[in-house]
Design a protein around this ligand. Structure first.
Ligand code: NAP
Length: 236
């Protein structure tokens, strides 16, 4: 896909991986919309992305765990950017604790955002891509969706589920000029798991953004449906 002049929605673009993807797509000439749960964090990220050279950036408050918010988000992108060519399902939450200490609310919230929210976004996007003659979805999975860890009941279940969701949608859509790909990183240098960012041995958010661009720029005949990324030299 030629990126210049396209439009993209990056869910959860206020910080971390989503923020890096939004910044990279802007530099590639894509008009980008982001969202997050708080208006203040969205406004701040939009200002910062705009001041680092991305004029074609907009954003709105939307909780991906709410189907109504997802519908309003797609309506916002329609109004602001004239529709969506690329959907990056990046927004995610993580809770790591043993099953006996995990509350039903933590379980439900994790599945609602990381799995059901992705379903709602994909469903909206595919309906729109069909009208526009094509499009591309990239889902940000996790290596914890391939190998479980203790404490990961909700997070691992959501990311294992995301693999199946992505693959099924890829098969549904591949003949309609709609690509679906999953990028599956290991440890990325963000604050998702409560650590502070700054560990240079980890994958950097910009490296995931690089993978996004590589996948999108593949020749039209070829779909890279899954990318696994891991730190070259992991530390524990
Ligand atoms: N960091 C890692 O090691 C790692 C590894 C593999 C995969 N991943 C995946 O990469 C994705 C991004 O993670 P990250 O590390 O960049 O995390 P992060 O720094 O915590 O950023 C998460 C982003 O998602 C947004 N978000 C969270 N819940 C949301 C909701 N319900 N609705 C809308 N936006 C929401 C946050 O914005 P607000 O807080 O403003 O809502 C923020 O922009 C996640 O799907 C994660 O599972 C991360």
């Amino acid at each position: 896909m030629m990126l210049r002049g396209r439009t993209a929605l990056v869910t959860g673009g206020t910080r971390g991986i989503g923020r890096a993807i939004a910044g990279r797509l802007l530099r590639e000439g894509v008009a980008v919309a982001i969202c997050g749960r708080s208006s203040a964090s969205v406004e701040r990220a939009v200002e910062e992305l705009a001041s680092s050279g991305g004029a074609n950036i907009c954003g709105t408050q939307a909780d991906i765990g709410s189907i109504n918010d997802v519908r309003q988000l797609f309506a916002f992108v329609d109004r602001e950017l004239g529709g969506t060519d690329i959907l990056i399902n990046n927004a995610g939450v993580a809770v790591l604790c043993p099953i006996a200490e995990m509350s039903p609310e933590q379980w439900e919230r994790t599945i609602a955002v990381n799995l059901t929210g992705v379903f709602h976004c994909c469903r909206e996007a595919v309906a729109q891509f069909r009208r526009r003659g094509g499009g591309f979805i990239i889902n940000i999975g996790s290596l914890l969706g391939k190998t479980a860890v203790a404490g990961g009941a909700a997070y691992c279940a959501s990311k294992f589920g995301l693999n199946g969701l992505s693959e099924a949608i890829m098969l549904d859509c591949r003949n309609e000029n709609i690509g679906v790909s999953t990028i599956v990183p290991g440890s990325v240098d963000t604050e998702l798991f409560g650590a502070s960012a700054g560990a240079d041995w980890k994958i950097q958010p910009e490296d995931v953004a690089q993978a996004v661009v590589t996948v999108l720029e593949m020749p039209q005949r070829t779909l890279v449906s899954r990318v696994e990324m891991r730190p070259l030299k992991p530390r524990r």
